[in-house]
Write a protein that binds this ligand. Structure first.
Ligand SMILES: C[S@@+](CC[C@H](N)C(=O)[O-])C[C@H]1O[C@@H](n2cnc3c(N)ncnc32)[C@H](O)[C@@H]1O
Length: 255
């Protein structure tokens, strides 16, 4: 079960909001080279190109399914398939933008200083990562994955602390940054339809877990997970499901 652009884009309005919140805080006027790391289906890469139309914008992702979707409708943007764990820009760039992607990578104390080294002096690193790991949306997945019969296969795939405390990023980014802003926003999404939180994580958190299972186990896992979420996220009187989702942002300018 690889990345599925259709499932991911099911909540495109809710997922776009933090991407725009990050984009509008970037104080970069002119740019020649911009990279969108973990660009997914490319809809935000296009927004980067609209904001800096004179720049060469490159979208990088590991997923062929996501890149195939990204390539459907864009002219002028370069697309590159690469694993971000090994990726380096060909030459220093003005902006590295990464929305909802770098939490999939390990070793943040090394990763973020390395990305800063790929910027021109005065260039910007702009990052948003989900930090909802201590909420039922994520905890329920960890709990079910650690039960039998899934524990042996899914336990090693869990990334329970994918994103550190904000103070960690402050420590790792302060040496290479001349300017640094870190903030968190907790978004209250009002989701529609049955089991909407499970549908949300199906397009992100659950991707590697479901990939490790075959039917009928995949559906059994999902049903156990959905059951836990129903009590954690009840519908309101209007039939909507309120869903809090916390996200960490930072903007760092290279010295
Ligand atoms: C949640 S999507 C975000 C897509 C897009 N940035 C957005 O905000 O809509 C995460 C993306 O990161 C990509 N990704 C995850 N790990 C990666 C890695 N190690 N190298 C490259 N891309 C990766 C996935 O393929 C996926 O497209």
């Amino acid at each position: 079960m690889p990345w599925d652009p259709g499932q991911y884009l099911r909540f495109d309005r809710e997922r776009l909001r933090p991407a725009l919140d990050l984009l509008e805080r970037i104080p970069l006027e002119a740019a020649e080279d911009i990279v969108d790391l973990g660009c997914g289906p490319g809809h935000i890469t296009k927004l980067l190109q609209s904001r800096w139309p004179l720049a060469q914008v490159t979208g990088v992702d590991r997923s062929p399914e996501m890149l195939e979707r990204a390539m459907l409708s864009t002219l002028g943007i370069r697309w590159r398939q690469a694993d971000l764990a090994e990726w380096h820009p060909e030459q220093p760039v003005d902006l590295i933008y990464a929305n909802a992607s770098l939490h999939w990578l390990d070793d943040h104390p090394t990763l973020f200083p390395r990305l800063m080294a790929g910027l021109k002096p005065g260039g910007w690193l702009a990052v948003q990562m989900p930090r909802n790991h201590d909420r039922p949306s994520h905890q329920a997945a960890y709990e079910v994955a650690e039960q039998e019969p899934w524990r042996a296969r899914l336990g090693p795939l869990l990334r329970k602390q994918a994103v550190a405390e904000p103070e960690g990023y402050l420590r790792w980014l302060s040496p290479p940054a001349s300017h640094l802003e870190i903030w968190q926003t907790d978004y209250l999404h009002l989701l529609e339809g049955p089991d909407p939180v499970a549908a949300w994580t199906h397009g992100s958190l659950l991707v590697p877990l479901l990939e490790a299972l075959l039917e009928p186990e995949r559906e059994l896992f999902l049903e156990a997970y959905r059951g836990r979420l129903r009590s954690a996220y009840p519908q309101d009187e209007a039939g909507r499901t309120p869903f809090w989702f916390r996200r960490l942002f930072f903007l760092a300018q290279a010295r």
